[in-house]
Design a protein around this ligand. Structure first.
Ligand SMILES: [Zn+2]
Length: 368
């Protein structure tokens, strides 16, 4: 039998190694599971498969050999995510936390370390390093004359908390203390706590791998960022995938809630819901898709009541259900913020979250 080599399958995929062409078996089993012919047998039309492929290419995890978080699917290194299983030496216990909040200078230094690498200041607007000192500890850029202080244009500067208050706020946020109790403990008003929580969630979104896609989809970047032109009716559709214990909620920009309904009605995609959040059975490489919005509930006849979806069996979704179950009337525009918060909490489940949150809070607010 003549065997002719004509390509190599990327490592980590089924049947990796050299491809072989033989009279009976041209392609290794499992490699082209998303091929048009195989899917055609499952009832999908060629056009919808081609569309699915385009969607896949648009996301970071497109089909076989796609990308996740900028890495080939088979080579995604879960260690790049903050390690969820091991305690880091940087983790802070209550004694360390007490030292930080005991003085204003210590708290300020803690945040400054996240703001400026090696204490090297630069202009937040044009990145110029030649600066002049002006009164009040501020600096002025020699190129664009922008006057700024250490926390200008950062999430940290968006709320009237000082550094010590921020530290306490982050500690209570980490412990998931209800907002009313936080307000009482911090001696601030209830709306201030809600604003602080919103800023922290937007800071988390800004750190996400698909932050640009979310901002483009209409999620406001944060105070100082450009407001979206139109109000968001439905949240973006998220593809949820578990890669070695790390959950990634990936924005699928080319997929709309209407198309999700279409998949349900025409292709029998199973769906379930809690509150106004709808999630589905596995789709492509994703364990599920999730979305929130009125378009998913066009009439009373459309129901999302399928049982025992694979996502229900995961710890991550149990956590999301438990957490979002406490939020009454979750608006679709807030859903991405909560989902990204839960993604971070789950992936950092066994480590100190305070440092991760502080780092996110010290980042610049994206322009949107
Ligand atoms: Zn400048």
């Amino acid at each position: 039998m003549t065997v002719r080599r004509f390509g190599t399958i990327p490592p980590g995929l089924p049947g990796d190694g050299p491809w072989t062409r033989s009279p009976r078996r041209r392609i290794p089993v499992g490699f082209r599971v998303t091929g048009v012919r195989r899917l055609s047998r499952s009832g999908l039309s060629g056009a919808s498969i081609a569309r699915g492929r385009r969607i896949g290419r648009g996301s970071r995890l497109g089909g076989c050999g796609g990308l996740v978080a900028g890495n080939p699917y088979g080579e995604f290194d879960t260690k790049k995510w903050p390690d969820g299983n091991r305690k880091s030496s940087d983790d802070m216990d209550v004694i360390g936390f007490n030292d930080l909040v005991s003085s204003k200078q210590a708290a300020r230094r803690f945040f400054l370390d996240f703001c400026w690498k090696n204490h090297q200041r630069f202009c937040p607007r044009c990145r110029e390093r030649k600066l002049y000192r002006v009164s009040g500890g501020r600096r002025r850029c020699s190129r664009c004359c922008y006057t700024f202080h250490d926390f200008s244009r950062r999430f940290l500067n968006s709320c009237a908390f000082d550094c010590r208050q921020w530290l306490w706020f982050l500690k209570l946020f980490e412990l998931e203390v209800p907002p009313r109790d936080m307000a009482a403990q911090l001696r601030v008003s209830y709306p201030t706590v809600l604003k602080g929580q919103d800023i922290v969630r937007r800071a988390i979104v800004a750190q996400a791998l698909d932050a640009t896609l979310l901002h483009r989809a209409g999620v406001w970047a944060g105070p100082g960022g450009k407001r979206p032109e139109s109000a968001m009716r439905d949240s973006p559709v998220f593809g949820i995938i578990d890669v070695g214990g790390v959950v990634i909620c990936d924005t699928l920009p080319e997929l709309t809630p209407e198309e999700l309904l279409l998949f349900k009605c025409n292709f029998r995609l199973r769906t379930a819901s809690f509150g106004r959040v709808v999630y589905t059975a596995p789709y492509r490489n994703y364990l599920a898709m999730a979305c929130c919005g009125p378009s998913l509930w066009p009439t009373d006849l459309v129901r999302h009541e399928d049982k025992r979806l694979p996502l229900d069996a995961t710890d991550f979704w149990g956590l999301v259900k438990q957490r979002l179950g406490r939020v009454r009337g979750l608006p679709p525009v807030q859903f991405p913020l909560y989902l990204k918060e839960m993604e971070l909490r789950y992936n950092c489940r066994n480590r100190d979250l305070l440092g991760v949150l502080a780092k996110a809070l010290c980042a610049f607010v994206p322009d949107g």
